[in-house]
Design a protein around this ligand. Structure first.
Ligand code: ZN
Length: 159
């Protein structure tokens, strides 16, 4: 018996046009039958191809073999594995969203901090200039007081 491997021909199965026997890799299900390639219709894996049991239409015969096309990972048995993978992918996505939101929040806080620092610097500069003005005023008042005293002394001494 000779079987050609590597011809890569696609054979239509049943009424599903996207279902084909992939001979190029000869992935076998738990029945040791060549798998059919099907297309995932889930939200997280739209149009993603996977290998399945050729008897997938018959729940009694289906061995629930599952494996994504293009992965050489372990041969998974059962669609509950896909469900678990989907759940994990979902939680990864949620975690990524969360991380992104945190990052944005951090950026906002950093920007706010820069604004606050700028306001702080401006207030500090203003307070310094006010202090300088106050010092200058005191100095001028002292000079005026001394001049007044001198004028009074001069007036008194003229009498
Ligand atoms: Zn099978």
């Amino acid at each position: 018996m000779s079987q050609r491997i590597g011809s890569g021909k696609s054979v239509k199965v049943g009424d599903s046009g996207s279902t084909s026997v992939n001979n190029s890799r000869l992935v076998q299900c738990l029945h040791k039958k060549p798998c059919v390639v099907q297309t995932s219709g889930t939200d997280l894996n739209p149009s993603r191809k996977f290998y399945g049991c050729p008897y997938w239409k018959d729940p009694k015969k289906n061995c629930d073999y599952f494996r994504w096309v293009g992965t050489n990972g372990d041969d998974f048995n059962g669609h509950e594995v896909e469900a678990t993978i989907l759940k994990l992918e979902e939680s990864i996505k949620r975690a990524q969203c969360k991380a992104e939101r945190r990052k944005k929040e951090k950026q906002l806080v950093a920007e706010e901090l820069i604004n606050v620092m700028a306001v702080h610097d401006a207030l500090l500069a203003e307070s310094r200039s006010i202090k300088y003005d106050v010092k200058l005023n005191r100095y001028m008042l002292t000079i005026l007081f001394i001049v007044n005293v001198m004028v009074l002394v001069v007036i008194c001494s003229m009498k």
